[in-house]
Design a protein around this ligand. Structure first.
Ligand code: GDD
Ligand code: MN
Length: 363
């Protein structure tokens, strides 16, 4: 079967790089006898790029441009490119000649030969490089890579140069892509879940003209993006961690209440503990409702609160028994009574989470 390679190039103020880019791509593709189309998605740069493309088209290069007026962003531009693409293999690359066009055939061949469904042009495998990177950008790349660890073990998950089998990006997944920041490649790895990923070494070059758009804002977006991907890939674990996080704030509320009622006001410990429980329960309920389970089908506040109360009472009963047992059995816990409270809370947490997920906020 004859493949068509759709090369998607997002641009923002890159007009001066386009002629060299297209000529280099064309040379590489002709040399390897590959059919291709280039789709440029430009965010209204107004730098003459449309005329540049028109001229290249006239010369016979298979290049087209889509100019977006109301949208801005690298990832969403790439997604727009996917929507226009007609190929069997998609390849994404920067316009600034940081990514060597002569490497496209090597990337693409991995897919054609069935060696991989997703191929990364990688700076961090043997033979790859990013020499001009200063220590700050290197540290940055390393931290970003470590943060991507829960999703993929590849050496360069941040790469903006990659190719993949168009089949893995189904229309459903295409509509589920949630463009944010620069890391569209990582998102495709997580959501399309390619069976095989390989990395081809590349030398990442300094851009020829213009300047980088990778800002601090992009790096913050990356954290938000990772959080979303984590939610997508490990929904239950994400919920549990969030539930625990809220629970730990509830624990502080609980302990503070016990400290005030028992430690300061000398109310009976058993009662003080119950008061702490109810105050913390209410606190946890509203936070979980808003943040952990925002999509719960049950919307009635009263029913939810009642069920949450029942579930947490069961959890809380365990919680209460454990801490009261420790408190009254071991002299040690008379002194460190807050530790007894803490151990009780841990026991109740699991019951509370499961009950909340499947009963209170479940179907
Ligand atoms: N359409 C569109 N809209 N394109 C954009 C936008 C935008 O808002 N922002 C950037 N681009 C285009 C640029 O014109 C360029 O073609 C490409 O996206 C990469 O942007 P650069 O500004 O050159 O990014 P970089 O060199 O800092 O980052 C590159 O290297 C990183 C690894 O260090 C990118 O390849 C990143 O994806 C990569 O993670
Ligand atoms: Mn660049």
């Amino acid at each position: 079967m004859k493949h068509l390679i759709s090369i998607i190039v997002p641009t923002y103020k890159e007009a001066e790089n386009i002629p060299v880019l297209i000529e280099s791509i064309d040379k590489a593709m002709k040399h390897s006898r590959l059919d291709y189309e280039v789709i440029i998605v430009d965010d209204n740069s107004k730098d003459g790029i449309e005329d540049t493309v028109k001229a290249l088209k006239k010369k016979g290069y298979p290049v087209s441009i889509k100019v977006r007026i109301n949208e801005r962003g690298l990832s969403s531009a790439v997604i727009e490119g996917f929507r226009q693409a007609k190929g069997t293999i998609y390849c994404v690359m920067d316009a600034d000649l940081s990514h060597p066009p002569e490497k496209i055939p090597e990337l693409v061949e991995q897919i054609i030969n069935g060696k991989a469904e997703f191929v990364v042009g990688s700076r961090f495998v043997k033979g790859g490089s990013a020499e001009h990177f200063n220590w700050y950008r290197k540290l940055n790349a390393w931290v970003s890579k470590m943060l991507a660890r829960p999703f993929t073990k590849i050496k360069d998950p941040m790469a903006g140069f990659f190719a993949f089998d168009a089949k893995i990006l189904t229309p459903e997944i295409l509509n589920m892509l949630n463009p944010l920041g620069f890391k569209i490649g990582l998102e495709i790895i997580v959501k399309c879940n390619p069976r095989t990923i390989t990395e081809i070494p590349i030398s990442f070059r300094e851009r020829l003209y213009g300047q980088s758009k990778l800002s601090l804002r992009e790096q913050i977006l990356y954290i938000v993006h990772l959080k979303r991907l984590f939610h997508y890939k490990y929904p239950s674990l994400y919920q549990f961690l969030f539930f625990s996080l809220i629970g730990s704030t509830g624990m502080v509320v609980d302990m503070t209440t016990v400290f005030v009622t028992y430690g300061l006001l000398h109310i009976n410990f058993k009662i003080a503990r119950a008061i702490g429980f109810i105050v913390a329960l209410t606190w946890n309920f509203f936070l979980n409702r808003k943040l952990t389970f925002p999509d719960s089908p049950q919307k009635n506040l009263f029913i939810q609160y009642r069920n949450f109360f029942i579930v947490c009472s069961i959890g809380g009963l365990f919680n209460w028994f454990i801490s009261v047992y420790l408190y009254s059995t071991y002299p040690y816990f008379k002194e460190f009574y807050l530790l007894a409270v803490f151990i009780g809370i841990m026991g109740g947490l699991l019951i509370n989470f499961l009950g909340s997920k499947y009963i209170v906020f479940g179907k």
